[in-house]
Design a protein around this ligand. Structure first.
Ligand code: HEM
Length: 135
């Protein structure tokens, strides 16, 4: 009886209209796929790679995954410093910010994220612009 019912995990909402962006994307495996593609795209980009010259890639990967998870309403809390504190001092230009967003969009394409979900992600990240670029 009831074998047609999907089991409901304790941490999931009961109906799909409560689905978070994180869940719609496909959760942790998809976020990791996106972030790994993003890191490769940064590594290949002559305009941006210089910013990461002294960065610890494993630390960046963990932090970016956690931040992305929280930003998409996933079950995570970003434990790092504020976006402003992390990026201030890097003197990031508007053009370089835009380029990083482009590299992120490329990563979303590579991970086969649909356009509607891409737009929902960009909407979450757009407000961070003023925290990240140099004033
Ligand atoms: C929406 C845009 C962005 C988001 C959401 C974002 C988010 C993050 C996060 C979560 C971290 C890791 C913090 C940690 O756990 O320590 C980080 C680090 C970093 N970000 Fe961004 N970032 C953005 C844009 C940029 C841009 C435009 C640049 C440069 C052009 C940049 C350069 C860096 C660098 C170099 C680090 C590594 C710092 C280090 O570990 O030494 N970020 N960012």
């Amino acid at each position: 009886a009831c074998s047609n019912h999907k089991p409901i995990a304790a941490n999931q909402p009961l109906s799909s209209d409560q689905e978070t962006l994180y869940q719609a994307l496909g959760g942790a495996p998809k976020v990791e796929q996106i972030v790994d593609a993003f890191i490769k795209n940064i590594a290949k980009d002559a305009q941006i790679i210089g910013y990461f010259y002294d960065a610890n890639v494993d630390h960046f990967r963990q932090g970016f995954i956690q931040h992305f998870c929280e930003a998409t309403d996933g079950p995570c809390t970003f434990e790092g410093d504020s976006m402003h504190d992390i990026h201030t001092g890097m003197n990031i230009t508007e053009g370089d910010f835009n380029r990083v967003v482009e590299l992120l969009v490329q990563s979303l394409e590579q991970a086969q994220v649909s356009y509607p979900l891409q737009n929902r992600i960009l909407k979450k990240l757009a407000p961070l612009r003023t925290d990240i670029i140099k004033i």
